[in-house]
Every structure is written in C-alpha cells, then in structure tokens.
Design a protein around this ligand. Structure first.
Ligand code: S3P
Length: 450
C-alpha cells in the first residue's frame, strides 16, 4: 500500500495543468456511448472511477479505442463508438469501483432497458446511500433491488422496465441524482422534470447541449423530453477544478507564492472555491473562454496571509468536494472558519466531517465538530502526524497539503485511492515538495497508441 511523506515548504512558484474533470469524463463516456456515431474525447480523466464508467459503456456495447494514454494509468484521448441509444445486455455484473457518480448515473441509464444489469462497487461505494436514486427511478417505473449488506446500498440489481416521465422534487441538492433522473428520462415517453432544492453542477445539461440535445431550465427545475438521440461530436474535457483546488490552497497560504493553473474548468457551478479563497485573502485572476459548451481558462493565484471565513449555505453544493482542503486552508488562516449545512459530507467516499476533524486535531488544529459540518479556529501551528486516508482520495490529498505546512514529516497512509480522481498527484506533489517550478517537472508522461 502506498504512502506520501510530506515536509514543510517555504515557496511555491509553478505553472501546470491538472488532469481532466472527473464529472465531465463520466458524462462524456456515457453520452458518447449513447450517441449516433463515433466521438473523439480528449483529455479524458484516466482515473479508476472514469475508466470503470468507460468499461461499463463498453460492456453495454459501446466499444472504444485509445489514441493516447497516461503512462501506467489509461486513456486520455480516445474514440468511442456510440450505439444510437440501443444498448446491449452486459455479459457480467458491472464494476463501478469507488465511483458514486459512475454508479448513480449508470443506474439512471439502465433503469429503462429491456435487459437486467447488476452494478457493484468497492466497500466504500457499497455503504453509500442509493435510495436517493432508486426512489425517483422507482417512481418512473424502474424496478431496482438494493442487495447490499447495508439496507438501501449496492450492489444494485436493475431489472428490465418500461419507464414513464415524472416531476421529481429532489430532497437533497445532488447533481448525481439529477443526472440519473435526466438520463432515465431519455428512455421515457414525454417530459421528465427534476426540481433541485439548490443549484448543482450543470455538466449533464451542458454536455447534452453539446451532443445536440435539448433540456429546459426554469429556475431550479430542469426538464428533458424522452426519445432524444445524442448526436456524435468531439469533446475536450477541461482540467478538474476540484484537483486544482489542492494546489490553489497550498499556494494561497504561502505569502509571495505564484501559481498558474492552465486550461481548467471554470463552470460557475464549480468555482465557489475561488470565491472562498478570495474572501480568505488570496489574490486571483482568471482568463475564461468557452470550449464545447463549458467555461475553461487559466487561474493565476498569489498567496497571502489568510483569514477565516464563513461558507454560505448556497455555496455548499458548489464546493462540496473541496471542503476537506478548504478545512485545511481554514486551519492555516487567522480567525474562525464556519462550515455548516454540509451534512452530505458524511456520505461521501468516507465520512468527511469526522475524518477531517480527527486528522486536523491530530495535526494540532482547533476544530469543533457538528452533525452538519465543523468550525475551525485557525492559526495554531500544525505539526506532523500519521494520517490514514480511510481509502478516500480527497482526504489523502487534502492532508498531503496540510503536511506542506506542518513541522516534521507527515505520513499519509493508504494513498492508492488518489488514483480514483487524480492520477499523477504524487508526481505533482513531488515537484511542489522539491520547490521545482519548470513546466517539464509537472508534465505527466503520455504514450501514443494510435
Ligand atoms: C458529482 C456530484 C457531487 C460530487 C461528486 C461528483 C457529479 O455529488 O460530490 O464528486 O459528477 O455529479 P452529489 O451529486 O452527491 O452531490
């Protein structure tokens, strides 16, 4: 089992790009596989989570060819052969690994097929709530059995079913649930509507538009008509702002640092992390343009002495994946940071409220835990600790960042999980730890297969 060993750094001057966006890579594999032709997907995230979704689409009939791959990981540029919405029964149960997004979106896709499919995942995924998708999909006529040891959890046995459209008032603000219902809606006759309690990431709607499909938005309600066929197209995935967040926090907390992250997704439903770091004192500028229906660009950040902040309730869905590393920034800032209304963190890849609170305390930070979040009194010096990731990629990476500010050598145990979202993180961490700044030090090795 691999580990990171991290020591304090005194400067950070770097320009690089992070791997492709995880949310968009899942969706590109799914819409490409449903499309009416061949699609070239560029900068796909070659992480275990997204490769599982690509392989799921392959098992459902949509084969793909790798054009270029990230050495020892998997495809970054690929061609996927769409099946014009006509999927075929998989020969075996489908492995979703660690990916909540993969499993929940695929469940929506598979709920209205003429064959049955089983979806399973690892121990973490098998303990995460699936009722949030089986309930709305059940209302559409799906028949899904949750066969996990824990009630309402995976494996999912999705039986053949004929779906009808519904209007679903979503109790939690979840892009995965919204996307599962919209994908199921494609296989129902008529208009399916999902009403969100708060805005969530809108990559599904944007990517559907790139594939020539129509969704309608009225306030926080999104509607889709069944029977649409995604039109084959090429799609370039921007860098993942949730991966960039680790380095943005590291640079933000070092006065005098400069970090330029290139070609990263800047979709406004994902950029609350920038607003939060700005409120905490970091200086930032962004140059934004549009690519394949998504805002994308460069972020230049200059570090400063940080001060605590309050995360607003409507920001929470926008930065839910960044909260572990925001908590690290809070521990490094002067004053109090309040992170509440974030109960969803308890059902992520680990219980991210308790893992973050315990690990920050182990490193000397002052933290109060609440059922729905935490409050951090920043500014206490951090010291090294041995940190277990609990198999959660974002915990491993967030505490590698904490280690960059701690006295002594911090050891992060159980770091293989990082490959579920950020292949190459260890390479980038090594360059930052050694205070390298050349672009070549951050380039991840690719191999052509074309
Ligand atoms: C995602 C949505 C979020 C996020 C996850 C990716 C997506 O989950 O935490 O990492 O791609 O739709 P929820 O929908 O459960 O909030």
């Amino acid at each position: 089992m691999s580990e990171f060993r991290v020591k304090a750094i005194s400067k950070l001057h770097a320009e690089f790009s992070v791997p492709g966006d995880k949310s968009m890579s899942h969706r590109a594999a799914i819409l490409g596989g449903l499309s009416n032709g061949t699609c070239t997907i560029r900068n796909f995230l070659p992480s275990e989570d997204c490769i599982n979704t690509l392989n799921a689409m392959n098992a459902l009939g949509a084969s793909y060819e790798v054009l270029d791959e990230l050495e020892s990981y998997g495809p970054i540029n690929l061609r996927i052969h769409g099946q014009s919405m006509k999927l075929s029964a998989p020969a075996a149960p489908i492995d979703c690994g660690n990916a909540g997004t993969g499993m929940r979106l695929l469940a929506g896709l598979l709920a209205g097929q003429s064959f049955s499919t089983e979806l399973f995942g690892d121990a973490s995924l098998s303990s995460r709530p699936m009722g949030r998708i089986t309930i709305p999909l059940g209302q559409m006529g799906a028949h899904i059995e949750t066969r996990g040891e824990k009630p309402g959890c995976a494996p999912l046995l999705i039986h053949a079913a004929k779906l009808h459209p519904i209007t679903y008032d979503m109790p939690v603000a979840s892009a995965q649930v919204k996307s599962a219902v919209l994908l199921a809606g494609l296989f129902a006759d008529g208009e399916t509507t999902v009403i969100q309690p708060a805005e969530t990431r809108d990559h599904t709607e944007r990517m559907m538009a790139s594939f020539g499909m129509t969704t309608r938005r009225a306030g926080n309600a999104i509607s889709i008509d069944g029977g649409q066929v995604p039109q084959a197209c090429d799609f370039t995935v921007p860098g993942d702002i949730s991966s960039a967040a680790f380095w943005l926090v590291a640079a933000a907390a070092i006065p005098g640092s400069r970090l330029l992250i290139k070609d990263v997704g800047l979709n406004p439903t994902r950029t609350a992390i920038l607003k939060v770091l700005g409120r905490m004192g970091a200086h930032m500028s962004e140059i934004v343009h549009e690519s394949d229906g998504e805002p994308i660009g460069n972020i230049e950040l200059h570090g400063a002495s940080l001060t605590g902040t309050t995360i607003f309730i409507d920001e929470v869905p926008n930065l839910i994946d960044e909260i572990p590393v925001i908590a690290v920034a809070a521990a490094l800032a002067q004053g109090r940071t309040i992170i509440r209304n974030a109960k969803e963190l308890r059902v992520k890849e680990s219980d991210r409220i308790s893992t973050v609170v315990n690990h920050l305390r182990a490193m000397g930070a002052e933290v109060d835990e609440f059922e729905d979040g935490m409050e951090i009194e920043g500014g206490k010096p951090l010291h090294a600790a041995v940190i277990d990731s609990h198999g959660d990629h974002r915990i491993a990476m967030a505490f590698a960042i904490a280690g960059l500010f701690a006295e002594g050598e911090t050891v992060i145990k159980n770091t293989d999980c990082v490959n579920t979202s950020y292949p190459g993180f260890a390479h980038h961490l090594d360059a930052i730890l050694h205070e390298r700044s050349q672009a070549a030090d951050f380039t991840l090795p690719t191999v052509s297969r074309a």
